[in-house]
Write a protein that binds this ligand. Structure first.
Ligand SMILES: CCCCCCCC/C=C\CCCCCCCC(=O)N[C@@H](CCSC)C(=O)O
Length: 667
């Protein structure tokens, strides 16, 4: 047998089996084919992976909003930066702490409101800014644009903060630290609220105050909402702001285009292999659930402890919850695009992995799990935040109670989360106390102008960072505004390394003077960039210069129209002729108006940043050369048809050309 085997080896040494088996030639060929096929598939896969990595394209394409290469910022001398920083320091000194829904620091909040009015006097005094107190402590501002805009937006922030926690662990007083130079040589504004969220409140106010002082009234109307109880769910602040805002929008014939609230930030060094900072925009937000855990046992003398105490039972349940996490949802939510958008900026090795998530998603999910911060983007998280039991050291207590706070991934659902909780804590009573669902995902494709406005503004202050959409892993006031717009973004341009993320609600919360200056500039640029997309309502009055009135009258004359306007002194052109004509006439009027609106191409202008380029149909070109500075908006097609114009809108019996004129805005 042995001999036979060795002779076979010799005879067949050139075969693919190296002559070590007794297979027939046909089997050998088949095995060869299979082996080579497997090798070929593996080589093809490796090649595909390499080619995909080598050809990864940037997914975010920046839209020109007008001032890309040379954005004009607020003036920021050293003195101005210092004064702005000092105002944030002062803001932090107000202890506007929310302890619970029924325990808010209302006196401090009142003082904080007075402080805002004192340090930003001009905006509070401005003709184009209206302030409405909401539920006494929250604040809603309407900033009237120079145009009657249909698509205002909302900037949000909150004025309350969480308690400082363990005071002794802070290196500086959380409410009275001032500006501190740290060992890295940088100046920091320390204190509770520095990044959550007084930097945003003050940043928005600074930018608006600057615009008011410099007479830079925006073209586009916008709103500012500052809640006073965000840290305890916003039911008294944001929820009430939302109700008032909804009414204001309705009364003004407006629809909220988008909103920007706090949320994610610029983050660096969070994923090994991605060596650029990421502008992480929260395009969706996790849901929230609070679960009570109650265990019972015998209350006995501590000298004769029970086999299992209520504390032991509860501790086991909680430990199980931490060990058996809620399942990964990787690939089912916005986290996948966070990585896809980041991939082109990774090292080549990481590009091969992130560029081929169809192959490596399991590997990536396991890698994300290595850090609690990255893990939070792929699953529902479980945090045990309260654990109470016992009253005396020699009494075994009968009751033990804990609270778990879940943040629910958008692809998860509450029932499944609770089912796993009950499995993990099977001898514990599990009761849902409070919850709200994850948000919808807001659109972030490259043609979504609000997303572009937010990202462009961030890129203007962090030009080397790369934008990525992603999941907001905590919660904000945006939940209360969800019926006002479907474009909700959560971001402030705070720069965080992984160790800084722990400062949110943690110890030594701080923001550098340098980054705070960028926060202020970001809001300023956002207010400028947002003017790019002004959707103008059909107006009853058009502001024109006297010489333009003359031009207009000439056109009227040429068209044999007998104008009732003889007051050319006024720079207001009143359009006061009531449509008293017959039904037939008014129907024609409406038609002609609609014809003009519908003639405008639906597609955005190819060069929307160039306000002097006409995106108008030929019938409107008649006036083109006369009004070079007129903004031509690619969204005319979205304008209200006459039927939805305000009821008291007075209109002339206008020709199409005149209609065109009346519907355009003259700077
Ligand atoms: C690949 C990139 C991974 C990036 C991972 C980022 C991980 C981020 C971790 C922490 C985020 C901190 C967010 C702070 C949010 C501050 C707002 C806040 O505290 N809100 C309260 C509101 C309560 S209302 C129900 C909250 O508790 O969430």
């Amino acid at each position: 047998m042995m001999r036979k085997h060795s002779s076979h080896i010799e005879a067949g040494s050139s075969s693919c089996c190296s002559g070590t088996c007794y297979c027939s030639k046909k089997v050998k060929v088949t095995i060869c084919v299979v082996i080579w096929t497997v090798i070929a598939v593996i080589v093809a896969l490796i090649l595909a992976v390499i080619i995909k990595a080598a050809t990864l394209q940037e997914l975010f394409e920046r839209m020109e909003l007008g001032a890309r290469d040379d954005p004009v910022f607020m003036s920021a001398t050293e003195q101005e930066i210092l004064e702005r920083s000092q105002r944030l320091v002062d803001a932090i000194s107000y202890r506007t702490i929310s302890f619970s829904g029924t325990n808010l620091s209302l006196e401090a909040m009142t003082d904080f409101g007075t402080f805002l009015e004192r340090v930003f006097p001009n905006l509070h005094d401005s003709d184009f800014v209206t302030f409405t107190p909401i539920n006494t402590y929250s604040r809603l501002y309407r900033i009237e644009g120079t145009e009657k805009t249909l698509n205002p937006y909302l900037l949000c922030a909150h004025m309350d903060v969480v308690p400082e926690g363990d005071f002794d662990l802070w290196t500086h007083d959380p409410f009275d630290a001032g500006i501190v130079t740290e060992s890295d040589g940088q100046d920091y504004i320390f204190g509770r609220g520095a990044i959550d969220d007084k930097h945003a409140v003050l940043g928005i106010m600074e930018a608006l105050e600057y615009k008011v002082v410099n007479k830079e009234q925006p073209k586009r109307t916008f709103y500012i909402g500052f809640g006073h109880d965000e840290e305890v769910s916003g039911y008294l602040g944001a929820a009430e702001i939302s109700i008032t805002l909804e009414k204001m929008l309705k009364d003004n014939g407006e629809e909220l285009d988008f909103l920007l609230d706090e949320g994610m930030f610029v983050v660096a060094d969070i994923i090994p292999g991605i060596n650029v900072p990421l502008i992480y925009i929260g395009v969706a937000e996790k849901g929230w659930a609070v679960v009570d855990l109650d265990a019972e046992g015998d209350q006995v003398h501590s000298s004769t402890p029970p086999l299992e105490s209520s504390i032991g039972i509860l501790a086991h349940g909680v430990a199980n919850m931490e060990d058996n996490k809620q399942p990964s949802m990787f690939g089912k939510g916005p986290e996948i695009d966070t990585l896809r958008y980041a991939a082109p900026h990774a090292t080549f090795l990481l590009k091969m992995i992130l560029g081929n998530l169809w192959l490596f998603s399991g590997l990536v999910s396991s890698a994300l799990e290595l850090s609690s911060q990255t893990d939070s983007i792929q699953r529902t998280t479980t945090a045990v935040t309260i654990f109470n039991a016992g009253v005396k050291e020699n009494v075994v207590p009968s009751q033990a109670h804990a609270v778990v706070n879940h943040r629910i991934h958008p692809s998860d659902n509450l029932e499944d989360v609770l089912e796993l909780d009950r499995e993990n804590a099977d001898r514990v009573k599990v009761t849902l106390r409070d919850s709200f669902p994850p948000s919808e995902v807001s659109s972030y494709s490259n043609d979504v102008i609000p997303f572009q406005i937010v990202v462009n503004s961030a890129l203007e202050v962090f030009p080397d960072a790369k934008p990525v959409p992603g999941l907001m892993v905590a919660n904000t006031d945006t939940f209360h505004y969800k019926n006002l717009t479907d474009k909700i973004y959560r971001f402030t341009p705070v720069y965080n390394l992984p160790e800084d993320i722990a400062r949110f609600h943690g110890i030594d919360e701080r923001i550098s003077v340098d980054i705070y200056s960028k926060v202020v500039q970001f809001y300023y640029r956002l207010m400028v960039n947002a003017d790019f997309d002004v959707k103008i309502a059909p107006t009853a009055q058009v502001e024109v210069k006297p010489e333009e009135v003359e031009e207009f009258l000439e056109i009227l004359e040429e068209s044999d129209y007998e104008s009732p306007i003889n007051n050319t002194d006024s720079n207001l052109l009143p359009l006061t002729k009531v449509m008293e004509e017959s039904d037939e006439n008014s129907a024609n009027e409406t038609d002609s108006h609609l014809m003009i609106l519908q003639d405008i191409p639906e597609e955005p202008n190819e060069n929307p940043s160039n306000e002097t380029d006409s995106g108008l149909p030929p019938s409107q070109d008649i006036l083109e050369e006369d009004f070079d500075a007129m903004p031509v908006n690619e969204t005319y097609s979205d304008m209200l048809p006459l039927e939805s114009a305000p009821k008291d809108l007075d209109l002339y019996d206008l020709t199409p050309e005149e209609e065109t004129f009346s519907n355009r805005t003259i700077d």
